[in-house]
Ligand binder design. Sequence first.
Ligand code: FES
Length: 196
Amino acid sequence: MSDDGVNHDRRRFLIGGACVTGAVGAGFAAVPFVGSWAPSAKAKAAGAPVKANIGKLEPGQMMTVEWRGKPVYVVRRTEAVLESLQKTKDRVRDPNSEQSKQPAYVDPFNRSIKPEFLVLVGLCTHLGCAPQFQPQVGPMPFNADWQGGFFCPCHGSQFDLAGRVFQGVPAPINLEVPPHRFEGDILVVGEDQEAA
Ligand code: FES
């Protein structure tokens, strides 16, 4: 065996070893990357649409549905409530929801697909407290001409029964309308109407 022969064998051995090590290393490196890229079942469930049966919701009542960890308010509005939106339109900051967040298929004035059903994310657009549902009409300590709506106890923001924010309160924009659609009496929150 010449010096040359030994060197070639040794080089082949070293090159082969390096390739194996490299391949194994790449295999291990790929696992965490793929793992972090694919959403976990828990994350998928947290972002999934939720369904709620609204068939038993009486006119004037509100129910709350949880979607993505947020409360979603569903209010069944009466004709009187829908008329009250005309009375509040001059006292709210953004009557036609030009600066506010809602899907394009929602009417920007009454902020719904079906006027009867209002669907809102129940988080104040000031600092995120949960506004209280105050459907009664009449003088309130915070508003002498209250037509029904939502009152935020944290800093006094007021919203009408389309989720439109009143002028002169801390919240800057209307309550958000989430993506939603209807399947008969079933409300699906988290999916757009077009996806139906
Ligand atoms: S969080 Fe609602 S008014 Fe401040």
